[in-house]
Structures are given as structure tokens and as C-alpha cells.
Ligand binder design. Structure first.
Ligand SMILES: [Zn+2]
Ligand SMILES: [Zn+2]
Length: 652
């Protein structure tokens, strides 16, 4: 017999070799139907976490603690979607004989398989046919069967099949570790885990096609990546499709174009956003907003160059991370002189800290910069403003004593929550990433300081009433951190806002301050960025609001529309009066119908329209529309007061 420990701490004895499915069934048949996979951690394993996710059919041979994983668990979704990629492969093999397979992993929403179509043509018009075949095969209740094979057998199998991709993967594996999984007539080289059988896959949708280089290598052949998603219930797919449709409407790349905020030019370079005038106005407002708040918190503004000498980044350790895999160093006419495009602002800020002797009285020392950084992302990874090669972080670094960590953390949490409140991100969670307590050697910094910092973060988060999950082993090697996840208006999750403790850079840069007792001490550094970057935040905000930005942030706050040319002069007067009152206003007196002009302006998402006709001119008023709804007729001076009050409300 072996002892199985359940998540609630209870222990039950089972026959050696019991499977997850049998354990679930012993609790209730219904549970057995709902469980998709199991996480198993042998009692001898002292690492943190749930343990290894396994097939429900795999025998458990020793005392272990387990988690029965259901659809709600991310690990189960991954198993579900990865198994679905095998199902898709089986369907593809039926429909397109000769097709060859690369890899087919689960992703955040669904799965993909990279395939070599071997001369077959595939467009999204073929999706329904593939989906139909997948569902037919799913209903056959095919088992996912695991088979251990030798390397020689595996190579022989895929050589006979002519699948050079799998052969390449196998040749890199060690003998004795190779497993196949078979569902129906499809056999794949895979280490699993998978579902018990295909029957639980009840709804299927293929979502996209893309090109993908084999193993991400541009010098290798290009494969076709087929994306899909599956669900255990039809209604879940329907809900997902509604969100997807809504997400399309809110795609920030589409909105950025319609609202004339930003553009890209292949001639400038991929992933290098060009901010158009309207986008730039918005961006400056975002910066102004944060600067104002940061001033209240005692941040000191700094500006540093876009490049730094290679030595700076060797000192900081960033060269090791970015030197080879990012933009290459810039050479100068001076032999041996090299500069790097700045991948991070931190090293520059460390040098500012070092530029003058610091005393404990100077701490916390807070340096803030809207610093533009450059990182080389793979071209396939680039996506609108969310994945770019040049972006501006709303960066700040605090240099504090270990005793100041908690209070400073609380202040940063306050600032981040303020940002969330102003932008109506009212659903958020936070993740505290701590070190792996069983592997302390991996981390830089003293045990005492780590404990202090981790407790500071946990206490600060608790005192601020944050809903947190604590993840052991997720901290960076140089310090624990707190990450925020927000849910947008249609329920999608985005990571926004990070606070990171750092013991590494103060060490590498030999930063010091003079303590009260006259001794030299090393400060602790905190990195933080409430927006993350202006680019990413803009993208998230556009998708969250559908482009309906707050009035204070809108590039064009008011559009004045004379009903006809006759009223243009009055409209111009209104326009300049508003601009003189610092309200960003423009006029649209084109010789088009009012309806047509309003429709065109709606693409720009101008929040307030001021319409003037005969009556308005006579009375010195404007007819106001706010976000498409009638807001009444107002005297021009009252209109200014009203606009200012509306903005004050948004920023309160
Ligand atoms: Zn697999
Ligand atoms: Zn930093």
C-alpha cells in the first residue's frame, strides 16, 4: 500500500500502482468525470509546488501528495489543449496524407501545431472541415496511450514515415527517455501528459494560420502554424467566441489606426512604433499624469542617454543577457570602443546614485525616468504596441535601507492602485514571487535580507488589502517581487505593474551610503513601473476602453461642429476660447452633412462634440454630446466649467 496525501492534508492508503483516475473514482464517479489530469509529488520530493502533472492513467508507485486537476486549473487546461493538438494532428493526417509534424504545444488560449503541408494547400476556409473531423474522432473516445520506446525504434518509425522533424527531435534525446503517445491511428513523439481519452473534447475551433520557422530558426524551412482552441462544453466555446469577436473590435492595432495614434513603417524598422501627433498628445498626458503623482511621492526626475558603453552593461550583467541576443553593440571610429542601445535604465540610475556621496538621510532616494529602451524581439513575436523593439518604460528606482523596504513598498502599491482606479481597472490580483526555500544557494543576497524583504512584501500587500497569491520559487535570483494582473472590461487578463526588489545591482555597482553610525552600508534597490511601458499600457488601455479614453486623456477633447458654413465664425470663436482654457479642441467645418461628419469623427473617438447652429449662435450656446449622448445646451463659459468638472471627476 502507499499513502496518498490530499490537498487538504488528509491521507488515505491505496494499492501501489493506483492511478489518478482510480483515486478520483474512489471519491465519486462524478469527480472522476470532471478530473482531467493529476499533479503528483512523491513524499521524498521536498521542492515546492504541486508536483509533476501526469496522465490520469499513470500508476503511482510511492507515497505522494496529489492534486486532482479540473478544467478550472491552468495545468488541466494545458493538458486538455495539448491533447487537442494531437487530435488536430490526427484529423490533419486523415485529410492531408503526407503532412509532416513539427511541435504541437498548448499555449495561453488553446494550442497550435507546426506542420509541413508537404505540398497541400491550406486556408482558413478549410477550418470547418478539419474541425468536423476532429469532433468525429473525439467522439470515438480514443484513448491517449503511452508507450516507452527505444531511440532506435523511434528513429526507425519516423524515418519510415518520412518525418524529418521528429527524427531531428529524437536524435537529440537520450535513449531510455523516449515515449510515444497514440490516439486512434496517430502516433506522436511526446513526453505528455495527456487526457485519458478524446471524449471530453466537445467543442473545437481553429482560430488562425501563421508561418513559423522550424525551431524558430530563420535559416530553416518555414512551417505552417495552425492555431486552435477546444472546450469540454459547447457553451464555453460560444462564450469564448463572443469575447473573441469583442476583442477584435477592441484590437489596439485597429483602434490605433482609426484614432490616428501610432503607425509602423517597415522602412523605419519592424517593431519600432511611430507615434502620430494625436498619439503623442495622449502619451504626453499619460506622462504628465504620472509625473504629477510621482512628485507627490518624492520622486526625482532624471534623463539618461539612449546608449551606454558596453562596460556599463558588463558591470550590470545585462551584457550577458542582452549582448548576444539583442541589438549588437555600436562601434565607433575609436578602436575597441563599443556602446549598446540601452536595454534597461537601471545601470544609468545606479551611476547617478554613485555620482555623489549618499547618507542615510538621502534615503529613500527615488529616481524616475520615462526611459526608452531597445530590445530585439524575434520578428514573429512582434505584436502592435504590446511586443515592440523600442519602448518607453515609466521607470523608477528607489535606493532604500533594508528597514525602509516595507514602507516604500506600501507607497508603490498605493501609486499602482491609484493608477488602476483612475483607469477603471477594478478587478486585479497580485502575485508575490518568493524564493524557493529549498534552494537558497541560487539567490544573491543574505538570508537575513531576503527574509526581511519577503516579509516586507507580504505584510505591505496584506496591509493594503491586496488579494495575493504567493508563488515560491518564482522570484528572480536577485530579489523577490510583486506583480499585478488586471482584468479588462471583457474579462481578459493583462499583467500590469511590477515592483521588484534587487540586491544584485547595488552589489555589482558597489553602491554605498553612510549609515547613522558612520559605517558604509549597501542600499537595497527597488525597480517599479506602474504602466510597464507607455506602449504596452496604451495597448491595454485601448483594448480595455474600446478606444473610449477618459476625457482628460483624449488627444482631441472637443470637436466643434457648425451645422453649416454660416456658423463657422462662431464655431471658430468657441474653438479658440476652449483652447485658451487649455481644452484640446478642433473644428470640423467641412462642407459635409452633420451626420457624415459625426460618423467620421466617431472613428477618432472624440469624447465631446459641441454643435452650433442658428439658435446656438443667437444665444451664445453650444449643444453638447458626450460619448454619443445628449448632454444639453450650455452657455460657452458654462461649457468650459462643465468640461473641467468632468475631468476633475475622472481624476478624483
Ligand atoms: Zn503530446
Ligand atoms: Zn530597473
Amino acid at each position: 500500500m502507499i499513502n496518498i496525501t490530499f490537498p487538504d492534508g488528509s491521507v488515505r492508503a491505496f494499492e501501489k500502482g493506483v492511478t489518478g483516475y482510480e483515486i478520483a473514482k474512489s471519491i465519486s464517479p462524478r469527480l472522476a468525470e470532471e478530473v482531467l489530469a493529476i499533479a503528483v509529488k512523491p513524499a521524498t520530493d521536498t521542492t515546492i509546488g504541486k508536483g509533476q502533472t501526469m496522465d490520469l492513467n499513470r500508476p503511482i508507485e510511492e507515497d505522494s501528495s496529489i492534486f486532482l486537476l479540473k478544467w478550472e486549473d491552468d495545468e488541466a487546461k494545458r493538458v486538455f489543449w495539448h491533447s487537442s493538438s494531437h487530435l488536430m494532428a490526427e484529423a490533419l493526417e486523415d485529410l492531408y496524407p503526407g503532412i509532416k509534424f513539427g511541435i504541437g504545444p498548448a499555449i495561453e488560449n488553446g494550442f497550435y501545431y507546426d506542420v509541413d503541408l508537404a505540398g497541400n494547400q491550406l486556408t482558413d476556409a478549410d477550418f470547418p472541415k478539419i474541425e468536423k473531423r476532429m469532433l468525429e474522432l473525439a467522439r470515438e473516445k480514443q484513448d491517449y496511450t503511452r508507450i516507452d520506446v527505444s531511440k532506435a525504434e523511434a528513429l526507425k518509425h519516423f524515418e519510415e514515415k518520412g518525418d524529418q522533424y521528429k527524427c531531428e527531435l529524437i536524435s537529440e534525446l537520450e535513449d531510455g527517455t523516449i515515449t510515444y503517445y497514440t490516439n486512434g491511428h496517430f502516433t506522436d513523439l511526446c513526453r505528455g501528459p495527456h487526457l485519458r481519452n478524446t471524449e471530453v473534447i466537445k467543442a473545437v475551433k481553429l482560430t488562425a494560420l501563421a508561418g513559423a520557422y522550424w525551431r524558430g530558426d530563420e535559416t530553416r524551412g518555414q512551417l505552417t502554424r495552425i492555431y486552435g482552441i477546444t472546450f469540454p462544453k459547447k457553451s464555453m466555446l460560444d462564450e469564448y467566441l463572443v469575447v473573441l469577436e469583442e476583442a477584435k473590435k477592441r484590437d489596439h492595432r485597429k483602434l490605433g489606426k482609426e484614432m490616428e495614434l501610432f503607425t509602423f513603417s517597415s522602412r523605419v524598422g519592424m517593431g519600432l512604433p511611430l507615434w502620430l501627433p494625436r498619439g503623442s498628445v495622449m502619451r504626453f498626458e499619460l506622462e504628465k499624469f504620472l509625473r504629477r503623482k510621482q512628485n507627490e511621492y518624492g520622486y526625482l526626475p532624471v534623463v539618461t542617454p539612449h546608449i551606454g558603453s558596453k562596460d556599463l552593461y558588463v558591470t550590470s550583467g545585462h551584457y550577458a543577457k542582452y549582448g548576444k541576443d539583442s541589438f549588437q553593440p555600436i562601434h565607433t571610429p575609436q578602436e575597441g570602443e563599443e556602446y549598446m542601445l540601452k536595454p534597461m535604465n537601471c545601470p544609468h540610475h545606479c551611476e547617478i546614485f554613485r555620482s555623489s556621496p549618499r547618507s542615510y538621510r538621502d534615503l529613500p532616494f527615488r529616481l524616475a525616468e520615462f526611459g526608452t529602451v531597445y530590445r530585439y524581439e524575434q520578428s514573429g513575436e512582434l505584436h502592435g504596441l504590446t511586443r515592440v523593439r523600442s519602448f518607453t518604460q515609466d521607470d523608477a528606482h528607489m535606493f532604500v535601507t533594508p528597514d525602509q523596504l516595507k514602507e516604500e513598498f506600501e507607497k508603490v502599491i498605493d501609486l499602482i492602485l491609484y493608477v488602476f482606479r483612475i483607469f477603471n481597472f477594478d478587478k486585479y490580483t497580485a502575485q508575490v514571487s518568493l524564493r524557493d526555500p529549498n534552494n537558497k544557494a541560487k539567490y544573491i543576497g543574505s538570508d537575513e535580507n531576503w527574509e526581511k524583504a519577503e516579509n516586507a512584501i507580504i505584510e505591505a500587500a496584506a496591509e493594503k488589502g491586496l488579494k495575493t497569491v504567493v508563488e515560491y520559487g518564482e522570484a528572480a535570483f536577485y530579489g523577490p517581487k510583486l506583480d499585478f494582473m488586471v482584468k479588462d472590461a471583457i474579462g481578459r487578463k493583462w499583467q500590469l505593474g511590477t515592483i521588484q526588489v534587487d540586491y544584485n545591482l547595488p552589489e555589482r555597482f558597489q553602491l554605498e551610503y553612510t549609515a547613522a553610525d558612520g559605517s558604509k552600508q549597501r542600499p537595497v534597490m527597488i525597480h517599479r513601473a506602474p504602466f510597464g511601458s507607455i506602449e504596452r499600457f496604451t495597448a491595454v488601455l485601448l483594448e480595455h476602453t474600446g478606444g473610449h479614453l477618459p476625457l482628460w486623456l483624449s488627444p482631441d477633447q472637443v470637436k466643434v461642429l457648425p451645422i453649416s458654413e454660416k456658423y463657422s465664425d462662431f464655431a471658430k470663436k468657441v474653438c479658440s476660447l476652449l483652447n485658451n482654457s487649455d481644452i484640446r479642441t478642433s473644428i470640423d467645418d467641412r462642407n459635409e452633412t452633420l451626420g457624415k461628419r459625426i460618423r467620421e469623427i466617431s472613428l477618432l473617438r472624440v469624447p465631446v462634440l459641441a454643435i452650433v447652429g442658428e439658435k446656438e449662435v443667437a444665444e451664445g450656446t453650444v449643444s453638447v454630446r458626450r460619448e454619443g449622448a445628449d448632454a444639453g445646451t450650455m452657455k460657452v463659459e458654462d461649457f468650459v466649467t462643465w468640461l473641467k468638472a468632468e475631468m476633475a471627476k475622472e481624476l478624483a
